[in-house]
Each structure stands twice: as C-alpha cells, then as structure tokens.
Ligand binder design. Structure first.
Ligand code: PMP
Length: 367
C-alpha cells in the first residue's frame, strides 16, 4: 500500500489510497447521471456485503458517524420510550448526550475507561428494565476498548429491544455479522476502516428497524428521516437531497478495494498489524492503556512514560511525517492514540514505530 507523504496514523481519518483519491477527483457529474447511479448502487450493495448484511437496507448520506448515531436514535425511539446505553468511553457517552438532546429517557451502563461492559450486565439490564433499544459502541476510539459485541447481541437475541451498533472504529476491519448476530442498526463513517475520505454517514437498518420507523409516524427529523431516504436507496436515480457525488464515487472505490482484498484477509491483516504495532510499542518500553482482554485491533492507546510531554512528543513525531492523535477526556495529556486501520500495511507500521521511537528520544526527559 502506497502512502508516501504525510502518514496520518490517527483513528480516523485514515490514510486514503491514491486510487481512492483519484476516484474522488473525477469530474463531478449529475447525481442522476446513469454512471453515477450505477456506482451508488454498487456502493450500497458492497456495504451490505462488508457487514454480512444481506437482509439489511443500506443508507449513505452526507455527514459523518455522529449523523448515523442521530439517525438511529430519532428513527427508532418513540416518545416516552427508553434507551439503554452501553458505554466504554467518550463515544459511548455520546449516545447519552444524543438521548438527552432529544429528550429520550435513558440509562447508561458505563465501563471503567479502558475496559468493556460485560455482556452479563447488558443481559441483566434488559431483563430488569423496559427499553425500546440498546445503543452500543463496537470500539470506543477514546479508550481503545473493543466491546464483546457478539455477546451483547446474544444477550438481546429473541428480545424486543432493537440492537443499535456504532461501528465507526470497527466496520470493515473487525468482523461484524449484521444478519447472523441480529443487529438492527449498524452505522459508520467513510473515514475510518473503509479508508475513504470523510463526508458520509453510513447506516444499515434491519427490516425490524424500518418497521419501527414506520410505526412511529411523524418523527422529530427531516434530513435524518430514514423514511425520506428509503426511495433513494432503493433507486439511487431518485431524488430527496443532493448526494455527495464525489464522496460516493470515492466510497465505492473504497468498498471495491475492501472486497477485492477479501473480508477474511482484511480482518486477519488488521489483527496481524495490531500485533506488529504492539510488539513495537513494547520494544520501545511503552505501556498500553487498554485492558489486555479488550484491546481493539484498530487503534492503540499508549500511556506517556514519565517526563514525556504530549506538546513536545506529537510535534516531534509529526516532524518525521507521522501524525498521531492526542487522548480524550480524562486521558488528555496522559496518553496518545495510534490508529492502525484501513488501507495500511507493514510499511506504514514500520514507519510509524520508527517515528515514535525517534520522537520519544527527542521529547524524552533525558534530552
Ligand atoms: N463513534 C466512534 C466510535 C468514533 O470513533 C467516532 C469518531 N471518532 C464517532 C462515533 C463520531 O464520528 P464522526 O466524527 O464521524 O461524527
């Protein structure tokens, strides 16, 4: 994989391949031009394949992951209905913020940062409460913790609560079987493991979810209303609101790239690169923040050794052409985050580890 310039190793946006940038840079066409309509259709079909979601309906709209979260909430939860939020960090808590913004009563099961909520607690909470839906985060990008998503879905199997999954930091890198595991909504953005530029929200919805949307009648949304978009997603030649033509052409090149690699190979590559990164981090004496039993394969959160200052370290690494992310919330200044998802390979891992090693030497206490 070729990324010769600045290497953006943050947990999204991820490095974009030249072939995908080239697709982005194609002349902007009418959103109803036959070639674009066909590309959009293929993109939607390939997104379903990526999430093993043959029975789902895909939606792609201008926006980002947060719009996907908002769409899930406003389309599936009616007045007075309650939401269970399973949170393992900053983005899990975003579900609670969204619920508060829309006046949705909610209960939050919150893990200590760096850990995941055990599936048994989810099972107990739904048995004891009365929730219309459960909102989960597959990988929380703030803590690097991966949830036992399959077990959460098992805890909901055969029950009425709708299973809403934020796959933003996982979809197309870590296995997610929408149909088999019984998800109702899976959402992501283009700019993470799919390796496309930012600009679109992606939502997969089950028939059960769409039936719920219909049953709600009027909802407090217009642009975010799945019912208004359904016609376009069935027939991309139809119009509701102008689709982001160039971003969709780029996203389709990204979905084509994912399937050309093969899903099993792609998941295996992410696991292998995560191992290589972690061996490198250990060799540099860096300590991982996330508990060993729930480390996501898409990013790592590293604690700063004593005396290394975030304000000196990350610019020193950036000076070597590798961009890393700071930490969020209570970890801000105490840790840094390295994304390792999307269209990257051994070369990017090696370059990143070398830049981190040099950055530590430059920003470390001894110098
Ligand atoms: N959920 C997770 C797990 C994320 O990592 C992010 C973005 N980092 C979001 C939601 C929000 O996505 P966006 O920034 O695309 O709105």
């Amino acid at each position: 994989m070729e990324h010769d310039d600045v290497l953006t190793m943050i947990p999204g946006p991820t490095p974009v391949l030249p072939s995908i940038l080239e697709a982005l840079g194609q002349p902007t066409s009418s959103h109803q031009a036959p070639a674009f309509v066909e590309t959009f259709r293929l993109c939607l079909a390939e997104l379903k394949q990526i999430a093993f979601a043959a029975a789902a309906r895909p939606f792609v709209v201008s926006g980002a992951g947060t719009l996907g979260m908002e769409m899930a909430l406003v389309n599936l939860i009616g007045p007075g209905e309650q939401l269970l939020v399973v949170s393992q960090g900053y983005f899990g808590d975003r579900w609670a913020e969204l619920a508060a913004a829309f006046g949705v009563p909610h209960h939050v099961l919150r893990a200590e940062w760096g850990r995941a909520v055990p599936a048994e607690l989810v099972a107990r909470a739904v048995a004891e409460g009365r929730f219309a839906a459960v909102a989960m985060t597959h990988v929380d990008t703030s803590t690097g913790a991966a949830a036992p998503l399959r077990d959460y879905c098992r805890a909901l199997a055969g029950r009425d609560e709708l299973a809403i999954v934020d796959g933003v930091c996982a979809t197309a890198a870590i296995e997610e079987r929408f149909d088999d595991w019984g998800m109702d909504v899976l959402l992501t953005g283009a700019q993470k493991a799919l390796g496309a530029p930012p600009g679109v929200a992606i939502v997969l919805a089950s028939e059960r979810a769409l039936a719920k949307r219909r049953a709600l009648g009027r909802i407090p949304a217009y642009y975010a209303d799945l019912a208004r978009w359904s016609r376009v997603m069935d027939d991309p030649a139809a119009y509701f609101s102008t689709p982001p033509v160039n971003e969709i052409v780029a996203l389709r090149e990204a979905t084509r790239t994912v399937l050309a690699e093969g899903l099993d190979a792609r998941f295996e590559r992410h696991a292998r690169l995560a191992r290589a990164m972690r061996e490198g981090f250990a060799a540099l004496g860096l300590e991982m923040f996330t508990a060993p039993d729930c480390r996501a394969e898409t990013l790592s959160v590293l604690l700063y050794p004593a005396g290394v200052d975030d304000a000196r370290f990350r610019p020193a690494v950036a000076h070597r052409g590798v961009v890393l992310a700071g930490a969020l919330g209570p970890l801000a200044g105490r840790a840094f985050r390295v994304g390792h998802m999307g269209n990257i390979g051994d070369r990017e891992v090696e370059r990143t580890l070398r830049a981190i090693g040099d950055g530590l030497r430059e920003a470390g206490p001894g110098l």
